[in-house]
Write a protein that binds this ligand. Structure first.
Ligand SMILES: *Cc1c(COP(=O)(O)O)cnc(C)c1O
Length: 465
């Protein structure tokens, strides 16, 4: 058998990849036709491909490489842990030091009485844990009928049957029999796309009050929990109007339902605080964590749980767990990641230095003729593309056509920016420096110019009526 290495010709790697590797969220036939981009190595905010391109990664992989690529310390910790104890489980009354140390550290970092951690291998798994945990919580309290979880359309909470059901992605629900029973979705607070002629403040209130309406419709004695991302990520980095979160908090308090903050993207500095729920000003009962927890160096996720919920769950045998819950290598690497974040004051860097620097330039993208709103919280931002800013019109083409063209122009200019429909989104490594942020903006501007020219050339500069 030939050894497959970075030194093989790109076309050969692409052919083997298309032949044997089924990609997530991809049309495999399309991929086979054009060949995947082969990423070979990375450092800081930069990734390299097999063609010798050096690309600015404004997505931090999939929103996760918070401390940047190429950290030797993480590799050293992983190697040390693999030699000492590569694996042991935490079922059956056993534990190990990496699990203990990471759980203790997370309890220290998480706000309020979030003092208990149930580990998983990913965000999807952690949200599956959350479904079972909140339902078990109410059952243990003698209210088993209290099982409905309310979520939001276009939310992303993972790709398993449970977490994909919590999420509100229509294309995902269209495949494989999602959602599972007992999940209810309300509309997202996306004023730009759905606000019509209402003011952002009115719209924020209206969208928050959908939660109250849903609770009343379903019956307050049947609702277990509400789950939300503090800032909706994969749904297009949707920053709600200021009126939204205080009203949501009021409603959750009034009806006593559990609040789950999905912090998989927002956690670990992304929004300028350790957790996004601190940025938006609410105290969850459970937090979902993954991604930035290990900066993506190892797959690990979990649920950070309040004293009150942990106390109830602690009375029963919770028949739930994963072989890799608190995997020692992943836990050791995650702990090292948090140590780096503290030593280098990365949360402060986001809040006081790079967040404001990038933010000012990002918001100035609204001066571009194709950019409507530009939103950014810490180091997660989005812009809405439009042929007509005043009316916030969509393009007459299929949603995502112009976003895709723009993303391709970004790629060609060695910038990774993602598109969600006709929104462009960024979530760069938190260690980004001001000169790198300037390069991001420069390349974004150039790519927008080129995309706009192409859109006009193809006759797509037409507002939907
Ligand atoms: C990515 C993501 C998840 C799922 O995490 P995986 O590790 O991919 O399973 C859950 N919630 C949010 C908000 C995410 O962005």
């Amino acid at each position: 058998m030939t050894q497959i290495t970075n030194h093989m010709p790109t076309a050969e790697l692409q052919a083997l990849d298309a032949a044997h590797h089924m990609h997530p969220f991809t049309t495999q036939d399309e991929l086979a036709g054009r060949g995947a981009r082969v990423i070979t190595r990375a450092e800081g905010v930069w990734i390299h491909d097999s063609e010798g391109n050096k690309i600015l990664d404004a997505m931090a992989g999939l929103w996760c490489v918070n401390v940047g690529y190429g950290r030797d310390r993480m590799a050293d910790v992983a190697a040390r842990q693999m030699r000492e104890l590569p694996y042991y489980n935490t079922f059956f009354m056993t534990t190990h030091v990496p699990a203990i140390a990471l759980a203790q550290k997370l309890a220290e970092l998480a706000p309020g009485d979030l003092n208990h951690v149930f580990f998983a291998g990913s965000g999807s798994e952690a949200n599956d844990t959350n479904i079972r945990m909140v339902r078990t919580y109410w059952a243990e309290l003698g209210q088993p009928e209290r099982s409905v979880i309310i979520s939001r359309k276009n939310a992303y909470h993972g790709s398993s049957m449970g977490s994909g059901s919590l999420g509100g992605m229509a294309p995902m629900h269209a495949q494989g029999g999602l959602p599972i029973p007992g999940i209810h979705h309300i509309d997202q607070p996306n004023w730009w796309a759905e606000g019509g002629s209402t003011s952002p403040e009115e719209f924020g209130l209206e969208r928050a009050r959908q939660l109250e309406k849903a609770i009343q419709q379903i019956g307050p004695d049947k609702v277990a929990a509400f789950i939300a991302e503090p800032v909706q990520g994969a749904g297009g980095v949707i920053v709600p109007p200021d009126s939204y979160w205080p009203e949501i908090r009021r409603i959750c308090d009034e009806y006593g339902i559990l609040l789950i903050a999905d912090e998989v993207i927002c956690g670990f500095g992304r929004t300028g605080n350790w957790f996004g729920s601190q940025t938006v000003g609410w105290q969850p009962d459970i937090m979902t964590i993954a991604k930035g927890l290990s900066s993506g160096y190892q797959p690990i996720g979990g649920s950070i749980v309040s004293d009150a919920v942990a106390e109830v769950i602690g009375k029963c045998e919770f028949n739930h767990g994963y072989t890799y819950s608190a995997h020692p290598v992943a836990a050791a690497v995650a702990l090292e990641n948090l140590t780096i974040m503290e030593e280098e004051n990365i949360v402060e860097h986001v809040r006081d230095v790079i967040g404001p620097h990038l933010g000012a330039k990002w918001e100035a993208l609204t001066e571009h003729p194709m950019v409507g709103e530009a939103k950014i919280v810490g180091m997660m931002g989005s812009i809405a593309l439009t042929p007509h800013k005043d009316s916030r019109a969509r393009f007459a083409a299929d949603p995502g056509t112009v976003g895709y063209i723009t993303r391709e122009r970004c790629f060609a200019n060695n910038l990774v920016m993602r598109h969600v429909g006709d929104r462009m989104i960024i979530s760069p490594p938190l260690v980004m420096q001001p000169d790198e942020a300037d390069m991001l903006i420069e390349r974004a501007w150039k790519s927008l110019d080129e995309a706009m020219a192409q859109v006009k050339e193809q006759g797509l500069w037409v507002a939907a009526s």
